[in-house]
Design a protein around this ligand. Structure first.
Ligand code: ATP
Ligand code: MG
Length: 396
């Protein structure tokens, strides 16, 4: 028998008119994520099949566990001999070592020339299983083991309970968003949640060398690489923020440092997003977490741009964010001890109720449009792939 991977879609199936667009995108995303594994993908509106060499099955399933748009991942078996006797012995050999007390047989017969109908096949297979495995029972409502057999034109397909996929929509089906990615815990989680809803993310990182180190940037690249597992790849925009921060520090009253700094980040992010065809900004702001995330601060910071800002973790507790960060694998990277540009310039008493009028007044003290223009002109783009740079691997 040959192994085959079967994917079930879940929420996608509710997309009646444009389901094909969702499925095509899912297929493309899988092609990208499996680019190092020889594979063939076929699909219909009910499910997708992925054919890989049997030694690559485990590796492939691991990668598929990170793909949004998949509800269930099942490893099935195909055999070309369609005689009922052969079907029985195949099923027995596949389930005899499984641990279960109750089961149910589900049969589907797309080959209508097969001499028995689905009901008769299920009955015959169920009886055979009961006679050959001791101490088990049929439970049609809540079986521990679901034994599925599909009689197709040229083959029989067998499969059992599968693994849960991530659900959500295939990345890219809802367009693109720009994630403001710091080295902290919140922003990678925010990015993950946006990807889950089908938004393909690009990321933007503000660095302030020499106040922030290369290690701080490497940490952000590592986070982007981890997010690439879910997003297929991540394009990371790196903005040198040093001159802007130094100018703000020198000219603006200290209680407004963070407010003005974040207004500058928002303006630059919105322009980069616009130029990269991203429709929204995404960030890790969480209501009340720090002075810049009071509702008044959020309003005064947000009002410098028109683009919508999605804050997926706005209403999460820190502990909920940490739980999710651990689950998706970003927590250990986020907690590495490197400084971020925001933490370096934090004033002792940042304002928690800033005024827009004052913010505008203070910004007139600096040539902010020129500074923004210069930062955007000099920005660096890094394409981050799931895998580490191959060249190094070959050399070491
Ligand atoms: P995080 O919120 O990711 O844990 P943080 O707590 O250091 O990091 P905050 O000061 O809470 O960051 O900033 C709120 C949000 O602003 C971040 O979640 C992130 O989306 C964005 N942000 C902050 N600093 C940067 C930066 N240096 N580059 C890009 N985005 C940033
Ligand atoms: Mg935060």
């Amino acid at each position: 028998m040959k192994k085959i991977i079967i994917l079930k879609y879940g929420e996608l199936t509710t997309k009646k008119d444009n389901i094909n667009y969702f499925l095509k995108t899912l297929k493309n995303n899988i092609n990208i994520i499996l680019k190092d594994i020889n594979h063939t993908i076929t699909y219909d509106f009910g499910r997708m099949f992925i054919d890989v060499k049997s030694e690559d099955i485990e590796k492939t399933v691991e990668k598929l566990k990170c793909i949004f748009g998949i509800h269930e991942i099942i490893v099935g078996y195909i055999s070309e001999d369609k005689s009922l006797d052969n079907i029985k012995t195949n099923i027995l050999s596949l389930i005899k070592d499984k641990n279960f007390k109750t089961f149910k047989v589900f049969t589907k017969r797309s080959d209508k020339t097969f001499p028995l109908n689905s009901m008769e096949i299920s009955k015959s297979l169920g009886g055979y299983i009961l006679r050959n495995i001791p101490n088990i029972q049929v439970d049609i409502h809540n079986p521990e083991l679901l034994v599925s057999a599909e009689i197709r034109k040229n083959e029989v397909l067998y499969y059992f309970n599968g693994l849960s996929g991530l659900g959500g929509y295939p990345v890219g089906t809802l367009g693109k968003g720009l994630l403001m990615l710091s080295g902290g815990i919140d922003s990678p989680v925010a990015g993950y949640l946006a990807i889950k809803r089908g938004v393909k993310i690009e990321a933007i990182y503000f660095e302030s060398p020499p106040h922030t180190s290369e290690s701080a940037k490497d940490k952000v690249i590592k986070l982007a690489r981890l997010l690439a597992k879910y997003n297929t790849t991540v394009k990371l925009h790196v903005i040198n923020f040093t001159r802007i921060q130094e100018t703000i520090l020198k000219n603006i009253p200290h209680e407004y440092l963070i407010t003005i700094m974040r207004r500058m980040m928002y303006r630059i992010s919105a322009i980069i997003a616009h130029n990269s065809k991203c429709n929204i900004l995404i960030n890790g702001e969480s209501i009340g977490q720090v002075a810049s995330q009071t509702l008044t601060s959020m309003r005064v910071i947000n009002e410098v741009i028109k683009m919508p800002v999605i804050r997926p973790v706005a209403c999460f507790d820190k502990l909920e964010i940490i739980d999710l960060a651990k689950k998706i694998g970003t927590y250990d990277i986020s907690t590495l001890p490197y400084e971020d540009c925001c933490t370096i310039f934090v004033p002792e008493h940042p304002i928690i109720n800033p005024s827009s009028i004052k913010a505008i007044e203070y910004e007139e003290l600096i040539p902010f449009k020129d500074l923004i223009h210069e930062a955007i002109k000099n920005h660096e783009v890094i394409s981050v792939d799931v895998e580490e740079d191959r060249e190094y691997e070959d050399i070491l």
